[in-house]
Design a protein around this ligand. Structure first.
Ligand code: NAD
Length: 298
């Protein structure tokens, strides 16, 4: 006989803007844990699915009568348009916007300043764990921004996550996410090359993976992606080539901004960019393993 989270947390009213693969999963998790959730997405199909899940769908981001607003949008541009195009103007001081999109640090810092001027918090809070992590409340969330704002949103964010990490000031969450995804993008290419080598030398992928995953060459790609989405041919992770190409491009831009030359990461970025000729944006991101560095399917 426990009180609802709303009662326990001083009646947090939560809105989720962007009810796609990630956003709807997060909204569903929050509903399942007793939070009242409203939301908006311009897609009629996503609105229908959200209503079916129990979300109160509103007519626009500016209509979100909430004090915690979670964003899950494709690009930094959509985040800025949403915040500056009516969302911020409609929020009461003390509210907090939590941007879980994989966005850009410079955009987050600018929006955090604009929000602060109106007494509203803005956290960059990108996530790892994919649609299944969103649906099951098992995301890893990396947060940039002020601790006081994080404390306001914490009960809702803890309901959505298995790991909630406050990385540092505004933008730090975005930087951490791009660093993480640059590594995943690189690992997909290096593990697929290592598997081609193993096969060519006479040891099948399934056999060598047993060793790699019990030894020091393992990574999330070898431990999770290969068995769950690649070896069985499922390629249904819910994360697309288009979104990963965006992330790799943003990581490359971050390196350029910092004046860093990163030769291996540069090659990884070029391979992912070149994959656009053979793999459409909507394809599963794991399909990169089927492209050899020469751009030929093996
Ligand atoms: P998605 O394309 O499934 O969902 C995005 C949703 O945003 C769509 O339903 C779209 O209609 C909606 N949208 C677009 N413009 C909007 C606007 N102005 N206002 C409200 N809604 C709008 O994408 P996704 O896979 O859910 O990813 C969302 C974000 O999370 C991206 O930034 C992505 O990089 C990041 N991310 C995705 C994954 C994953 O595995 N899918 C994992 C971690 C992070």
């Amino acid at each position: 006989m426990s009180a609802s989270p709303s009662a326990e947390t001083g009646a947090s009213r939560i809105a989720v803007i962007g009810l796609g693969q990630m956003g709807l999963g997060m909204a569903t998790t929050l509903l399942g844990k007793g939070f009242a959730v409203s939301g908006f997405d311009p897609s009629a199909e996503r609105q229908r699915l959200a209503r079916e899940a129990g979300v109160t769908v509103v007519a626009g981001a500016g209509e979100a009568a909430a004090n915690i607003v979670i964003l899950s949008l494709p690009l930094a541009r959509h985040v800025a348009e949403t915040v500056e195009g009516g969302l911020l103007a409609g929020l009461a001081p003390g509210s907090v916007i939590v941007d879980t999109s994989t966005s850009e640090a410079a955009v987050s810092r600018r929006l955090a300043e604009a929000c602060a001027a109106r007494g509203v918090g803005f956290l960059d809070a990108p996530v790892s764990g994919g649609p299944s992590g969103a649906r099951t409340g098992a995301l890893t969330m990396m947060v940039g921004g002020e601790a006081a704002h994080l404390d306001v949103a914490r009960p809702a964010l803890e309901a959505m996550t298995a790991k909630l990490i406050h990385v540092g000031p505004s933008g730090a969450g975005n930087v951490a996410k791009l660093v993480n995804n640059l590594l995943v993008a690189a690992h997909l290419i290096t593990v697929s090359e290592a598997m081609r080598l193993s096969e060519a030398a006479g040891v099948p992928t399934a056999d060598v993976l047993k060793v790699v995953n019990a030894a020091s060459g393992r990574s999330a790609v070898s431990e999770v992606n290969y068995p769950r989405w690649i070896e069985n041919g499922a390629f249904d992770s819910g994360f697309t080539m288009g979104l990963m190409r965006k992330d790799v491009g943003l990581a490359a831009a971050l390196a350029a901004e910092a004046g860093l030359e990163l030769p291996v990461s540069g090659l990884v970025a070029r391979l992912w960019a070149a994959s656009a000729e053979r793999l459409a944006d909507g394809e599963d991101f794991n399909r990169i393993v089927a492209l050899s560095p020469e751009g030929q399917t093996p």
